[in-house]
Write a protein that binds this ligand. Structure first.
Ligand SMILES: Cc1cc2nc3c(=O)[nH]c(=O)nc-3n(C[C@H](O)[C@H](O)[C@H](O)COP(=O)(O)OP(=O)(O)OC[C@H]3O[C@@H](n4cnc5c(N)ncnc54)[C@H](O)[C@@H]3O)c2cc1C
Length: 286
């Protein structure tokens, strides 16, 4: 492992200053489950870790109109919180499968988002839940929707000196439901061959709002508006669900690699869209 300097920030301003002084080779250290592996394997040019876990806003969970989850809150604290679990099942389903118990004791939503892997499990879940990243930096604060955050594999909208303080999820509407699933060849501890999240709002049998997002099938996690358009304003039937699944398959633009082929990933995208929609609908009706 290369030698990396370590600094601990105790406030948002402190973190910005350290990141700015460190320049592009300074990296936020949250749980470290991605970035320490990357530093060890010299996959990234890193010479300073800025630990943000002593910044109070980064470690807080606040309930107001929805929930604001600090970017440094470990995953286990999120899925053990009854209120989050009840309101945001898609997020909980993704948080539960990231790594295993040991990883979930350290890994964060902020780290999963900022690592910006196309296969990141929580990003499609946050997308369908209309998550917004609260970013702080040298020019002040700004908000970026999770669906606009990733710009390429391992790349995102953050500028030098900026970091994600928290992620806000709005209160889910009445009669809404969400769900998330992935396919991996083993039962756990693997990277998704494909994943998908869905969110539905129902008025009786009619879909009044829908969001469908996919992972591991494009250079970034993908919000599929065409899949939502196949549902919104229509009754939720086998036919409309099949049309949404077909739209997801058409939007997927995967690669062939050792985990799966283009054909398999496109097929899985349709299957996962259909399954998550059916589960989201059950939850919306419950
Ligand atoms: C054994 C193992 C299994 C795994 N399994 C999965 C899996 O099933 N699914 C999955 O999606 N991932 C998996 N991962 C990857 C990793 O655990 C997740 O991406 C995790 O959520 C990263 O969070 P972290 O807090 O550890 O991030 P870190 O490693 O601390 O940071 C990751 C990156 O994001 C940056 N960063 C972190 N927080 C912020 C912030 N607030 N603002 C700006 N930049 C920030 C860091 O500088 C770094 O570049 C696995 C990793 C391991 C080692």
């Amino acid at each position: 492992m290369q030698a990396v300097k370590y600094a601990r920030a105790s406030s948002i301003g402190d973190a910005i200053k350290l990141l700015q002084e460190g320049g592009p080779a300074a990296r936020v250290l949250a749980g470290g489950t991605d970035v320490i592996v990357q530093a060890r394997e010299r996959r990234r040019d890193i010479d300073l870790f800025v630990d943000i876990k002593r910044v109070p806003e980064v470690m807080a969970i606040d309930f107001g109109d929805g929930v604001t989850i600090g970017a440094g809150v470990p995953l286990y604290q999120i899925y053990e919180d009854e209120r989050i679990a009840r309101a945001y099942p898609a997020l909980i389903e993704s948080a539960h499968v990231i790594g295993g118990t040991a990883i979930q004791g350290r890994a964060t939503l902020g780290g999963n988002l900022c690592n910006s892997s196309p296969a990141a499990d929580s990003i499609p879940a946050m997308m369908v839940l209309r998550g917004v990243a609260n970013i702080a930096g040298p020019n002040g604060e700004r908000e970026v929707a999770v669906d606009e955050f990733c710009t390429g594999p391992g790349r995102n909208v953050l500028e030098v000196g900026e970091f994600v303080v928290s992620i806000r999820l709005p209160q889910p509407p009445e009669h809404s439901g969400s769900a998330w699933q992935r396919f991996i060849p083993r039962n756990e501890m693997d990277i998704a061959v494909a994943n998908a999240g869905s969110m539905l709002v129902l008025d009786g049998d009619t879909v009044t709002d829908a969001r469908i997002a996919l992972g591991a099938v494009a250079p970034t996690p993908l919000l599929v508006q065409e899949a939502a358009d196949a549902l919104i304003g229509r009754p939720l039937t086998d036919e409309t669900i099949a049309a949404a699944a077909a739209a997801s398959r058409a939007a997927a633009n995967p690669i062939d690699d050792m985990r799966g082929s283009v054909k398999q990933r496109k097929h899985l995208t349709g299957v996962l869209t259909e399954r998550t929609l059916r589960t989201a609908a059950e939850r919306a009706r419950a």
